[in-house]
Design a protein around this ligand. Structure first.
Ligand SMILES: [Zn+2]
Length: 434
């Protein structure tokens, strides 16, 4: 039997030798254009993952999120869960990566749908967010399994769809169907691009709402005969500027949110539509003279773990009620579109400790802890799956996500694969724990 130290050296060597493999795997994943929306090629990417993981001894299951938001026969929402059992019983560590990517957009130097290797970088849509992280977790898991075949527990790797559009056909569906129940999965690592020395503990909360102001339609030459809904909406913006924005700026959080600007409550006015609809691009005529009888605004409020969702709602409802009292003929409706509660995994949770010490031992630097300004699939694992031992940890620079010329650093993938594999040693080989 090799000693623990020898096995750790073997593990390191195996990861170091995986350089060509990790590049090839990342490029193969990029070449499957899993564009979302509409949710393309999800079956194809599952084929690719199965052909990779089945020969490594993983048992493969595919789950289509039948009936979930976005699922259709044209664009079925396919997910893959691969599970490898150790020789002894124990806990399960699950790596969850989303397989979907956002549209490429303009401004690319490289073909976004082919992985292009230039120096230490691979360019392509989804390299950073997050096919590079998926490739790193696959290599980490395979190297761990080969080096520690007698480990206790199980390793799971999932490739799930639709994260970029809310995750309802992906992680939410799997969580609803028991795949993240704490009796089958105990620890979750989501390899989103958060830099190889940072652990993301969770995210702020979200509250989206649509506010509609009502007016009265009339001829635009006699606006006094109507009531302009857009002017009423202007008073809503005034009240936000005067009362809401200054109040939100005062609310700072103890959550280590990055970037610093997001370490407070925020409110984004996502869109406003009032009056005539935008004409078709081929319409060449003038608008008609009308007073707007409806104006709609969508707001995107991000809130803190120190805030309560009801208080978040009440603040906006209170502002609107005040306007109704103060402003002549002000009338409105408000509709909630979506909410997600903030979540933050405890720093003392096992997966946090395992990854933090792996960062220290393999990168020689102390782990830093962050919280994401926006949400990701941890929300479903936490809320539906009731699984609390969950973090995001993976290679890549978050700012590059969704940008043209998105890339992943090859050495960053190797480094984070070292960290992931070492975390597996800690969590699944209790006697060998480093
Ligand atoms: Zn992502």
């Amino acid at each position: 039997m090799p000693t623990e130290q020898q096995r750790l050296q073997q593990l390191n060597a195996a990861i170091e030798q995986s350089r060509d493999d990790i590049i090839e795997l990342t490029c193969a994943l990029i070449a499957v254009p899993t564009l979302n929306p509409p949710g393309a090629c999800y079956a194809e990417i599952c084929d690719l993952l199965e052909s990779r993981l089945a020969p490594s001894g993983f048992k493969i299951e595919r789950v289509r999120a039948v009936g979930a938001l976005g699922d259709s026969d044209k664009h079925p929402r396919w997910n893959l869960i691969a599970r490898h059992e150790g020789r002894n019983s124990g806990e399960c560590v699950h790596f969850n990566s989303h397989t979907d990517v956002v549209l490429a957009g303009e401004g690319w130097t490289y073909d976004p749908w082919v992985g292009t290797v230039v120096g230490d970088r691979i360019y392509g849509r989804g390299t950073c967010d997050m096919k590079g992280g998926l490739a790193a977790s696959i290599v980490a898991a395979e190297c761990f399994i080969r080096t520690f075949p007698d480990y206790a527990g199980a390793v799971e790797i999932s490739g799930t769809c639709d994260e970029e559009s809310g995750g309802f056909g992906g992680v939410a569906y799997l969580a609803e169907h028991g795949w993240f129940d704490p009796d089958r999965v105990q620890h979750v690592i989501i390899p989103e691009p958060l830099n190889k020395d940072r652990i993301c503990l969770g995210h702020r909360g979200v509250w989206w709402a649509e506010i509609e102001t009502h007016g009265h339609i009339a001829h635009g030459s006699m606006p006094f005969l109507g009531d302009c809904a857009i002017r009423h909406m202007g008073s809503v913006i005034d009240a936000m500027e005067r009362d809401i924005y200054p109040a939100l700026a005062q609310r700072r959080t103890a959550m280590p949110v990055v970037p610093d600007g997001a370490r407070q409550s925020t409110l984004n006015i996502n869109s406003i539509h009032g009056g005539l609809a935008e004409p078709d691009s081929d319409y060449t005529g003038l608008p008609s003279a009308l007073v707007a009888d409806r104006c709609r605004m969508i707001i995107d409020r991000r809130f803190l773990i120190e805030e309560d969702l009801d208080e978040v709602r009440d603040e906006i409802h209170g502002m609107l009620n005040q306007l109704k009292n103060d402003r002549d003929r002000f009338d409105y409706e408000i509709k909630e579109l979506f909410n997600v509660l903030p979540t933050m995994t405890d720093k003392s949770a096992p997966v946090v400790g395992a990854v933090a010490s792996a960062i220290e031992s393999t990168l020689g630097t102390e782990a830093s802890f962050v919280v994401s300004p926006g949400t990701y699939d941890q929300k479903h694992i936490d809320r539906i799956g009731k699984l609390k031992d969950c973090i995001a940890y993976g290679p890549g620079i978050l700012d590059l996500a969704h940008q043209p010329d998105e890339y992943i650093g090859i050495q960053d993938m190797i480094d984070s694969a070292h960290v992931m594999s070492r975390a597996l040693v800690t969590l699944l080989t209790p006697s060998d724990a480093s």
